[in-house]
Design a protein around this ligand. Structure first.
Ligand code: NAD
Length: 259
């Protein structure tokens, strides 16, 4: 395999599970050193970290941080040092009608899904500008482009993240830095498994039918998006071929937002 990212350092937030883990693995496979961050069992995180070093011959570090706390993000970024590729991936979901949506869930989702990307980007930019090269990939969602009921905080945060992406792109366009948002449809990770179980419990519909009739109803393909398909976009954006793509919000959603 070609390893175009040898010598680069990538920080992927929320890389201890799900999509972020796949993105960190893909970046390491392409030769980049990686910095992992996210919650999880210490022994599992250490196995992931060590496994990346062994499999790909890169340096893999783990730095713990709660990305809903700005002071923790400042510490994370200081410990990380200069990074070339920033993937803002950590995110969470909560589903509720607006009238009963808990205020603290709104605050936490906005903090993690949107404000954390502001704080990491702010801290990462000076080194990227100095090196005249940087890639920022914000993992938004199809919900950064269209809404669904009962997901007020998630939809607002992901639309906000698309806005932050555009502003970052405009401010950095002459400095060799690109910033893009990826807008995936449903990927079968823990966040989605939680929604499937919740919907099944709430409606009494068996989980297979929830997947088919509720979750995948949005996708024209009637199939989940795969994490490795999103990873391929990230690698494209980090390549020379991706150098002119900036400020975009790219759907990877099985045709969801075409309808
Ligand atoms: P996931 O729940 O498997 O992973 C979330 C990651 O974020 C984990 O590593 C977790 O430890 C970390 N995290 C959670 N709270 C944190 C906090 N306070 N501080 C630091 N880290 C924290 O979810 P996923 O499905 O892999 O989602 C990853 C991203 O992709 C999210 O931004 C999500 O909105 C987005 N996304 C997911 C889907 C999907 O269908 N799974 C679709 C579109 C977009």
């Amino acid at each position: 395999m070609e390893r175009p990212l040898i010598g680069k350092t990538a920080l992927v937030t929320g890389s201890t599970s799900g999509l972020g883990r796949t993105l960190a693995e893909a970046l390491a496979a392409a030769g980049s050193h990686v910095i992992l961050t996210g919650f999880g069992e210490a022994s599992e995180i250490e196995a992931l970290r060590a496994g990346l070093e062994t499999a790909h011959g890169v340096r893999a570090r783990y730095i713990a941080a709660d990305l809903t706390a700005p002071a923790d993000i400042v510490r994370l970024m200081a410990e990380a040092g200069a990074i070339d590729i920033l993937v803002n991936n950590a995110g969470m979901q909560f589903v509720s009608p607006l009238e009963s949506f808990p205020g603290e869930k709104w605050d936490a989702i906005l903090a993690l899904n949107l404000s954390a990307a502001f704080h990491t980007t702010k801290a990462a930019l000076p080194a990227m500008r100095a090196r005249k090269w940087g890639r920022i990939v914000n993992i938004a969602s199809a919900h950064g482009l269209v809404a669904s009921p009962f997901k007020a905080a998630y939809v607002a945060s992901k639309h906000g993240l698309v806005g932050l992406t555009k502003t970052t792109a405009l401010e950095t366009a002459r400095d060799g830095v690109t910033c893009n948002a990826l807008c995936p449809g449903f990927i079968h990770t823990a966040i989605v498994e939680g929604q499937i179980e919740e919907q099944s419990r709430a409606t009494g519909i068996p989980r297979e039918r929830v997947v088919e009739e509720i979750i995948l109803a949005k996708h024209a393909t009637k199939e989940f998006v795969r994490a490795d398909q999103v990873a391929a976009f990230v690698l494209f954006l980090c390549s020379e071929a991706g150098a002119s793509t900036t400020g975009s919000a790219l759907p990877i959603d099985g045709g969801w937002t075409a309808a």
